[in-house]
Design a protein around this ligand. Structure first.
Ligand code: HEM
Ligand code: HEM
Length: 294
């Protein structure tokens, strides 16, 4: 029953294609109509809002394996409370706005069966997030604007537009693929495909057009044991690639600030935090070579 709901929602999201932005706009219109104070949780222009909506829907696309990814969804709940300013009371208006938006968008094609499926999937996911949010120590809840990094509207132009981002990533992955330690994660991967995906991802994160259709970093890396030290090493390589492309130190700082907003959802302190999607899958990790110096 519940599997069927999950499948229906997944297919429904996949059938949206590029129209996801149209649905996003109706969703935020409805959400702010229900509770205008949520504008402070979701500041920014349409492009930023569309990305956030896209992220939420990409979680619902992964619910086929919800039991297997629940640890990842719990962590996401914690991030919502600690960093994004979300509260338990926000789930209800979100759900209401989502269902209204779907009804408005699909019209008569949004059957009672689909409505049921969406409600049940939203409930399943939000239950896991809310449980984790309930356990968060409120003393750690951030008071600052979680998303200040997202509104550096000039950054894309200052790094040379999409072409500039592409060139930095070409340099970056040339080095990373040869890097003796974290390069191990990339054995057998297509450098070209990664350069292209990473470029689409960062262009969207810088406020440009969103052409990225992959998973959020949290899901993409959930089976990878990536440590804080690896993150720092990766950022060192990235900084060098930005500078080598002729950008200034301050542009590199601004780029890394945006990059850093994603690392929290990837980094792990123990291999047990890796989340595996299917039976037989092993956590992916990299052993530091003997006498290694970066
Ligand atoms: C079942 C419900 C929800 C799902 C599946 C969901 C999913 C996501 C995902 C995947 C992200 C991307 C960042 C990350 O992985 O940490 C995200 C970001 C965000 N979510 Fe949610 N979310 C839900 C409910 C909520 C609620 C109730 C609020 C508060 C009203 C909220 C506010 C935000 C904000 C503000 C961000 C942006 C963070 C940033 O880019 O700085 N979400 N959400
Ligand atoms: C040391 C840290 C990191 C390591 C070792 C790492 C490793 C990887 C690997 C191995 C893949 C390929 C996955 C696959 O094709 O199966 C990948 C994909 C990707 N990573 Fe990372 N990553 C790291 C940090 C980050 C950060 C901080 C971001 C975000 C700014 C990020 C964004 C992405 C994106 C967008 C993709 C492409 C996803 C897709 O195929 O749709 N990664 N990463």
């Amino acid at each position: 029953m519940s599997d069927n709901h999950r499948l229906l929602v997944k297919e429904n999201i996949e059938s949206l294609g590029e129209d996801i932005n149209a649905l996003s706009q109706i969703f935020f219109r409805e959400l702010f109509h229900i509770d205008i104070s949520l504008k402070s949780v979701f500041p920014g222009n349409v492009i930023f809002l569309n990305r956030k909506f896209f992220n939420m829907l990409s979680t619902f696309k992964n619910v086929e394996h919800l039991e297997k990814i629940s640890a990842s969804v719990e962590k996401m709940g914690e991030r919502h409370m600690l960093q994004y300013g979300a509260q338990l009371a926000h789930f209800e208006p979100m759900q209401e706005a989502l269902i209204k938006a779907l009804k408005d968008y699909y019209g008569a094609a949004f059957s009672a069966e689909l409505e049921n499926a969406w409600n049940s999937v939203f409930f399943e996911v939000s239950e896991i997030m809310a449980q984790a949010m309930g356990k968060v120590d409120r003393r750690h809840v951030a008071r600052t604007d979680h998303d200040a990094t997202g509104y550096d509207n000039d950054l894309l132009a200052d790094v040379g537009g999409v072409q500039g981002v592409l060139k930095v990533h070409q340099r970056f992955y040339d080095v990373i693929f040869e890097e003796p330690w974290i390069g191990q994660f990339f054995y057998g991967k297509s450098k070209e495909a990664l350069v292209s995906k990473q470029t689409k991802f960062m262009v969207a994160a810088f406020g440009g057009e969103n052409l990225y259709t992959g998973d959020t970093p949290a899901f993409m890396h959930m089976h990878m044991f990536v440590t804080e030290e690896m993150i720092r090493l990766r950022q060192k390589v990235l900084r060098q690639a930005i500078l080598d492309e002729g950008c200034s130190d301050s542009v590199a700082d601004r780029w890394l600030k945006v990059d850093d907003s994603f690392t929290e959802s990837i980094v792990k302190t123990s291999v047990d935090e890796c989340v595996l999607k299917c039976l037989g899958q092993m956590p992916v990790t990299a052993r530091k070579p003997p006498n290694y110096t970066s």
